[in-house]
Design a protein around this ligand. Structure first.
Ligand code: GLN
Length: 242
């Protein structure tokens, strides 16, 4: 942790915030403050350099053109990649997830290089866009309960050998490969197709990012009755797809 504050960096709110994923920043901040941690939130627009001294980086979803611009600027800037090599924790959603991989198909139909921070490659799905509720069993190694989110993507993401699936879908498409995988992660970099914002639905994900950033096994408990009621409601909804 840098100085005495946890630095939470929200990458490119001007390009990657179409789907409400900025809520993840609010949840990480709140969960940290509830544990008595002081938090410095840094919003980095796409015309600014990404600082390399952050503890947790959050990257959201976006439409196809902003996604291409974001990938171009992140490659040119290099800050997020340097932060990753310094061991920073990165949590990304949908377009952000695709950008962190090796490549994706951009709005012009061309293969766009990503940052290669996750061993995944995204192609354009030939079938219908994946839209709807997701119910997923998270990789047991991560110690998280069954989670829910909302997906909305055309891309289909294939995992390479060094990426582990973040979750297995009970309902929904996830990576869209038909193998039941959802998202991907390695030791410090996470990607998911779940919007929601996913951390508002499942604050356990925010807690996991905090534990990894602080290098601790547990955090002081919080009163999560409201979140649990929301989670139960969304699990019931996802279990009865329209
Ligand atoms: N443009 C990407 C896709 O459709 C990502 C969409 C999103 O972030 N929801 O696959």
């Amino acid at each position: 942790m840098s100085d005495s504050s946890l630095r939470v960096v929200w990458v490119y709110p001007d390009l990657l915030s179409t789907y409400g994923d900025q809520g993840n920043v609010l949840v990480v901040e709140r969960r940290a403050r509830q544990r008595g941690l002081s938090v410095e939130r840094v919003d980095v627009r796409s015309d600014q350099p990404v600082p390399t001294s952050g503890d947790i980086y959050l990257v959201g979803g976006g439409e196809d053109r902003p996604q291409r611009l974001a990938a171009e600027r992140l490659r040119r800037d290099g800050g997020l990649s340097r932060a990753a090599s310094n061991g920073a924790i990165i949590f990304s959603v949908c377009a952000g997830y695709q950008i962190l991989g090796h490549e994706f198909v951009n709005d012009l139909g061309a293969r766009e290089p990503g940052l290669g921070l996750l061993d995944v490659t995204t192609v354009r799905g030939e079938g219908a866009r994946c839209v709807g509720d997701v119910l997923a069993d998270i990789d047991p190694h991560l110690g998280l309960p069954q989670l829910t989110g909302f997906e909305n993507h055309q891309g289909v993401t294939h995992l390479g050998p060094t990426a582990r699936p973040f979750a297995r879908t009970v309902f929904g498409n996830g990576n869209g490969t038909g193998d039941g995988t959802e998202g991907a992660y390695n030791d410090t970099v996470f990607g998911t197709y779940m919007h929601g914002p996913v951390m508002a639905r499942n604050p356990q994900i925010a807690d996991l990012m905090l534990k990894l950033a602080l290098d601790v096994n547990a955090l002081p408990p919080t009163d999560d009755r409201w979140y649990e009621a929301l989670r139960a409601e969304r699990i019931a909804a996802a279990s009865q797809p329209a």
